[in-house]
Design a protein around this ligand. Sequence first.
Ligand code: HEM
Length: 453
Amino acid sequence: MMRECKTDLPVFVPLVQEPWGVLKTLNVARQNVLGIIPKIATTQPIVSGKTGKRWHMVMDPAALRHILLDRLADYPKSQVTKNLLRPAIGESLFIAEGAHWRWQRRAAAPAFSHRNVANLGPIMTTAAERAIARIEAAAPRAVNMLDEMVATTFDVISDVTFSSGQQFDRAAVHRAIDQYIAEAGKISLFDILGLPDWMPRPGRVMSGQALREMKAMADRAITARPAPKAGQVPDLLDLLLAGEDPQTKRRMNTAELRDNLLTFIVAGHETTALTLAWALYLCAFDPAIQRRAHQQARAVLGNRAATVDDLPRLPLIRQIIDETLRLYPPAGIISRTALKQDRLCGRDIRPKDTIIVPIYALGRHHLLWDKPDAFDPSRFADPKAIDRYAYLPFGDGPRICIGASFALQEAVIILASLLARFEFSAITGKTPKPVMILTLRPEGGVWLTAKPL
Ligand code: HEM
């Protein structure tokens, strides 16, 4: 099949051409962590440096497999990630290591099984319908689709965790989470580069108010939860409550349940919204692809919102999501700390070295992708053609994102529903800028006009 060949490129972050001193690195990182990735990270398999501590950026698929799969225990998550998230989500699945991670992962796994995720589909469809109604009401004014998608994915995550007709203050939860993400973002990811401790860092102290509210809300949801009635579809909280590690028979106590519930909300809500916002930006950027996607969605859906059963007939929508996650991975950088002496791509790795996986640079690597900065969903037409460890929007190995299929199902349902109903157009002078603080966000929002079709 002929490839789309739009000659201009969607927005990208200009990467660093020459080595910088510590201070300049610090200043750039404060504004945009992606700005510290050197350009050669998109042409070399490994880039090493020392900014206080020794670090290595790894872009070689075989070495990444070694770190994330074969030698998992020797490369735990770096302290910085853990320190950043621990106040909100305790020693939950995202943070824990070793046996404490393993039993929680086994206990939570059934909640994310194919069948259970599919059962949550109607909640995603309803959220898509609500988004359509809001956008329709706003037309023909320009809409900030980032805000719309944050509202939409929040509908989903709150309905799959705090549902069952319980009373809860949706707006308050939303405020608490957004405030937490904004505050945590200020702390930023400097320590990834091992900057010395005396370096000033912004806003290290969090107000704690947002966190307390969030935790209290989750505790109430857990203790007030009635056992699901026969025939009722269990939501994520029901499934987590029922979860048990088949090996140790251990079940989560209230504090562990709460920490994991909050993990799902924090890890799953904004990331999926960003994916959708960037996907819509890309569709407006490339009207020819948007037209084809609209035709596919319209042929399958007519005027209704998409359901789980429609997914197999929406391959182009799925490819657009896959390609969006390559170009704008919400988790743009992940990091690990080496525990043991090792060798990666011919380099010596010493204990305590920081390993950076710049997922953003990996997706745009010249040795791994043809025309890496171009938007071309057809590269994902045959998933087998993709080198697994060259494409890591969800990480990989045993610690791969537990919510990956949940997020993909949600993103395809919502994107297909929107593209079937609207034509989205870019607004001159309103191009978003990719900025990564905690996640890779479109700074300035994704302002589009939405013409009902
Ligand atoms: C497009 C949306 C999403 C993206 C891009 C994303 C990305 C990631 C990445 C890259 C990791 C691995 C981090 C590392 O190895 O350092 C991860 C882990 C995780 N994600 Fe997601 N995620 C998304 C949606 C979700 C959703 C919807 C949930 C839950 C409802 C979720 C829950 C988690 C959890 C619990 C982990 C930790 C798993 C473990 O360590 O065993 N994520 N995610």
